[in-house]
Write a protein that binds this ligand. Structure first.
Ligand SMILES: Nc1ncnc2c1ncn2[C@@H]1O[C@H](COP(=O)(O)OP(=O)(O)OP(=O)(O)O)[C@@H](O)[C@H]1O
Ligand SMILES: [Mg+2]
Length: 228
């Protein structure tokens, strides 16, 4: 039987930051694969390079060495994210990635509906609004379409952000401490909804967290360590 080819493959990844005289290796020879539809937790303490790794996967940051290969969709071959041009990187992010941030990053001047329609319009995928609206309903936000982010609770804002991340049906979802700004009860609810929604889409989730209980919700945990 042919082995399943990964959705994400990271090989020999190195990232350093220069701070005056000091050069810090934040990522030092990292290797891992994520299979299509797999939910992988990138777990480690503050400063272990979780956000750095997500930014490299999002082609926002270039590694010093190593390969980052991502399958844009189930029917396409892996592409080398580390060597995309700026224009290719923008297109890759828009088309292939969904992003859930710790601080929601909703556009404050747009309603819930508009926050979700905007990335759909940028992708020429307005027709996805019908499904996105149904997803908002499943996330418990069916009656908040005309609300502005400022009147929503933290948990509600993050549920809008989840709906926005999935609206264009990306193959990869990157989440950076998605419950880090929520109280314990809300964090659990939002985490469960995030995993449920990503699994329903069959997307691959890479979730950065220092929270061991959140990492446990994933199919697998990759431990990131501090380098001196
Ligand atoms: N642009 C930068 N220039 C210099 N150092 C940086 C830069 N970005 C991050 N770092 C350093 O790299 C290390 C890893 O940062 P990163 O934000 O990836 O960690 P993290 O695991 O996401 O931490 P946290 O859990 O606090 O979000 C930290 O020591 C940070 O100070
Ligand atoms: Mg971080």
């Amino acid at each position: 039987m042919k082995p399943i080819s990964p959705a994400v493959s990271v090989r020999g990844l190195v990232k350093t930051y220069r701070d005056g005289e000091n050069v810090r290796r934040v990522v030092d020879g990292l290797n891992f694969d994520a299979l299509p539809g797999e939910c992988v937790a990138l777990w480690g303490p503050s400063g272990s390079g979780k956000s750095t790794l997500l930014n490299i996967l999002a082609a926002l940051l270039k590694p010093d060495a190593g390969e980052v290969l991502v399958r844009p969709s189930r029917t396409e071959e892996l592409i080398a994210v580390h060597s995309l041009t700026a224009a290719q990187a923008t297109r890759y992010r828009r088309r292939c990635l969904g992003y859930v941030f710790q601080f929601f990053n909703l556009v404050p001047t747009l309603t819930v509906e508009e926050n979700i329609r905007l990335p759909l319009a940028l992708n020429g995928m307005e027709k996805n609004w019908f499904d996105a609206k149904a997803r908002l309903g499943r996330l418990g936000l069916g009656d908040r379409l005309n609300a502005f982010p400022e009147v929503l609770s933290g948990g509600e804002r993050q549920r809008v952000a989840i709906a926005r991340a999935l609206a264009h049906r990306p193959s990869i979802v990157l989440a950076d401490e998605p419950t880090g700004n929520l109280d314990a009860g809300n964090a659990q609810t939002v985490a469960a909804l995030l995993f449920e929604a990503v699994r329903a889409e069959g997307a691959t989730l890479l979730l950065a967290t220092h929270d061991a209980s959140l990492a446990e919700c994933a199919d697998r945990r990759i431990d990131l360590v501090m380098h001196s």
